[in-house]
Design a protein around this ligand. Structure first.
Ligand SMILES: NC(=O)c1ccc[n+]([C@@H]2O[C@H](COP(=O)([O-])OP(=O)(O)OC[C@H]3O[C@@H](n4cnc5c(N)ncnc54)[C@H](O)[C@@H]3O)[C@@H](O)[C@H]2O)c1
Length: 359
């Protein structure tokens, strides 16, 4: 089992990565001072695949699992379904010692974390992420949220999990497209933090795409280590943590303007990373060779690197200017000045943005 720690003082926790470890979750939970009542939050698809393994492991160790399922999809990561979970917990007598377990991708992880953060002013929760994106990104770092009709992730909190329990075998059932999409976030860590990791990904492309477990464990661990280090230094995103948003300013605009239906998150982020790297190159920071390396690695892993042909650039600029990361109407972005080194909070003019989108 591979292990790392997210260092956040009394809110520190471990991320454990292995294969076939889902049935051991009950035993692990015995180490925590939590009550016997545990709620497993999931969706019908994931519960069907892994729910029984989790609940029987919990029962075996004397826990009393209670299952709450919400429909599958981003559409249900909202206040209504958070309220539904809370109602079910109240009806079933969950108290401040009770613990929640998120079994699923980022949608389940985000809504479960959000409910845990507000239920009786905050109860513990555990992440069992089952998508690559959730394993390398959303399960670590304590950002929780639900969507509002006026914006994605607009209602949320910082609430750290007590444990992140990763079983890479769950990736066997993940649709290929979701897996590739998750790889965009993995590659992001190389670009923002670690050139050696970037090279390791490049060299091991075949093994990764074949989902060989040894390399998967290695890259998930390194991705989580980088995220853990960044989050430990800047939990609430006052500066450094913003580097994790690389690719997301343009990526979110693509997702918004295509109605969240044409691109998976990682696919939109892949395009966003390319255009934000181009921006850095136009501004004279990133050299051409590094820009080509970024484009090539994403393309070679099967990720999109070009904006959709019919993209309305003025709508895109408007959307980017509305991004919640902007401060007082000024557009601020992070982008690489070299592979492994980022520029943070750089003020961008509308002209530069127009230039890069027209490239
Ligand atoms: N909190 C954060 O820091 C953070 C970071 C990045 C993204 N997010 C959020 O994460 C969400 C996206 O997460 P996602 O990409 O994991 O999507 P998701 O949770 O919607 O999962 C994608 C699909 O895969 C299915 N699935 C999950 N695991 C599976 C498995 N092992 N086998 C078969 N099918 C499986 C799901 O049911 C779903 O249909 C977004 O809501 C985004 O806002 C949060």
């Amino acid at each position: 089992m591979e292990k790392l720690r997210v260092e956040l003082g009394e809110r520190s926790y471990e991320v454990l990565i292995d294969r076939g470890n889902i049935p051991l979750i009950g035993e692990r939970l015995l180490r925590f001072s939590i009550g016997k009542k545990v709620a497993l939050i999931s969706n019908p698809k994931i519960f069907e695949l892994y729910g029984e393994k989790v609940t029987s492991s919990l029962k075996k160790e004397g826990f009393d699992p209670y299952v709450v399922l919400i429909p599958d999809g981003e559409l249900y990561k909202d206040y209504f379904w958070a309220y539904h979970i809370i109602t079910r917990l109240l009806e079933s007598g969950f108290d401040r010692k009770s613990c929640l377990i998120a079994l699923g991708g980022g949608v389940i992880g985000d809504i479960t974390g959000f409910v845990a953060s507000i239920y009786m002013r905050g109860i513990p929760y555990i992440q069992i992420p089952t998508t690559l994106l959730a394993q390398v990104d959303s399960s670590v770092g304590g950002k929780t949220a639900v969507n509002h009709p006026l914006g994605k992730n607009m209602i949320g909190s910082f609430w750290q999990p007590s444990l992140v329990w990763i079983d890479v075998d769950t990736l066997d059932t993940l649709p290929e497209r979701e897996f590739i999409s998750g790889l965009a976030e993995v590659i992001k860590y190389g670009i923002i933090w670690d050139n050696e990791f970037f090279e390791l990904l490049d060299k091991n492309k075949e093994k990764i795409l074949r989902k060989e477990k040894e390399i998967l464990i290695q890259i998930i661990k390194r991705a989580c280590e980088i995220k853990a280090e960044v989050v430990s230094k800047d939990e609430r995103e006052s500066s450094l943590r913003a580097i994790l948003n690389y690719g997301h300013t343009i990526g979110h605009a693509i997702e918004t303007l295509t109605g969240y239906s044409s691109y998976l998150h990682g696919e939109a982020i892949s395009i966003g990373m390319v255009y934000e790297a181009k921006l850095s190159s136009i501004l004279g920071f990133l050299d051409r060779e590094s820009l080509e390396r970024i484009k090539n690695i994403l393309k070679n892993f099967g990720l999109p690197i070009n904006l959709p042909l019919n993209m309305d650039f003025s709508a895109m600029i408007k959307t980017i200017l509305l991004d919640k990361k902007n401060i007082e109407g000024k557009l601020r972005m992070v982008f690489p000045e070299a592979i492994g080194k980022m520029k943070i909070n750089f003020e961008i003019s509308e002209e530069d943005l127009k230039k890069v989108l027209n490239e």
